[in-house]
Design a protein around this ligand. Structure first.
Ligand SMILES: [Zn+2]
Length: 317
């Protein structure tokens, strides 16, 4: 990427610069979307749906003029210790968290869960070298006078997602489950194990901490944020269970006959809307984008309740 387009991308990522960045985005995606055959598939901005304003409390501190670029790491030197990076802890194997690991070369110790090592060996991505040091359940790191407690408490977002606890800083890091101030990204943050993800807030709250690092959206969390998130998920579960016993499948199967997928899709859309509507109403103004992604998460939770818990599912002998 040229320095000009890199700057444009940073401008786009910088909060508040979205409007100014629209020409830059058009340039970045350029050719493909400009092809006449695809022109009709790209909606005009003024035809896109409107969503509720996000609560200001969902936003983290403003980024600097260059977007997310923060320059040299100076926090450590300000605290009187070296700012040389000696260890990289992998939260889980996903590229949006480890994709720059290779920039640190061979002179750092990479630490991760055994499953992270297995998954990275599978993915074979040169930007994500496999961890040098692995653990299965717990590992204490002592680096630069700091103590870091790593733990694996079961699968959730991915099979290898770990808890990173900084006991001397009252801080817990767990990535891609609770993004403080926001509802989860699509499909319950692309949860690979829904019951495991539902169990996360209870496990996280069992640790002593005041500050929470969720991995996206730019804001640190508090214990209250974790409790709100836990309640949000509980409310979706409760409403999905109601939808499973309330929404009548008859009209969908009457209309679509032997096109079973059409009947199932429209029936489940109705169940999801039934479950999501009261949750969206309750959390609009509380968690950002409740009206954007609650239905997506409700669908994944509905499937888990049917398939993992066996509630509302026909029994196939
Ligand atoms: Zn992830």
């Amino acid at each position: 990427m040229s320095s000009t387009s890199a700057t444009n991308r940073r401008s786009f990522l910088a909060r508040g610069a979205a409007l100014a960045a629209v020409p830059a985005v058009a340039t970045l995606v350029g050719g493909a979307l400009a092809e006449p055959a695809f022109a009709d598939t790209v909606p005009a901005a003024d035809t896109l749906p409107d969503y509720a304003p996000i609560p200001p409390s969902a936003l983290g501190p403003a980024v600097n003029a260059q977007g997310y670029y923060v320059g040299r790491v100076q926090i450590a030197s300000a605290n009187g210790v070296s700012n040389k990076v000696t260890h990289i802890v992998y939260s889980h194997h996903h590229a949006d968290h480890l994709g720059a690991s290779s920039l640190f070369g061979g002179d750092v110790v990479r630490v991760g869960h055994v499953e992270t090592k297995r998954l990275l060996a599978r993915d074979n991505d040169p930007t994500r070298p496999v961890p040098d040091l692995t653990f299965a359940t717990h590992r204490t790191l002592r680096v630069g006078g700091e103590r870091i407690e790593l733990a694996w408490h079961g699968t959730n977002h991915t099979p290898d997602n770990i808890y990173v606890h900084f006991p001397d800083h009252d801080t817990l890091m767990l990535v891609d489950v609770n993004l403080p101030g926001w509802v989860p990204f699509a499909n319950f943050n692309i949860s690979e194990d829904v019951p495991g993800t539902i169990a996360v807030p209870g496990k996280a709250l069992a640790y002593p901490w005041k500050h929470f690092i969720g991995g996206h959206m730019g804001r640190l969390g508090t214990r209250d944020d974790m409790i709100v998130y836990q309640q949000y998920v509980t409310d979706i579960i409760d409403n999905v269970k109601k939808a499973l016993v309330t929404v009548d499948p008859t009209p969908f199967f009457t209309k679509y006959g032997n096109n079973v997928w059409a009947a199932v899709k429209t029936y489940q859309d109705a169940q999801v809307n039934y479950a999501a509507a009261p949750v969206i109403q309750k959390y609009t103004g509380v968690l950002a984008a409740a009206d954007v992604y609650t239905a997506s998460t409700a669908f994944i939770i509905l499937e888990s309740i049917r398939l993992d818990l066996g509630i509302g599912s026909q029994v196939h002998p």
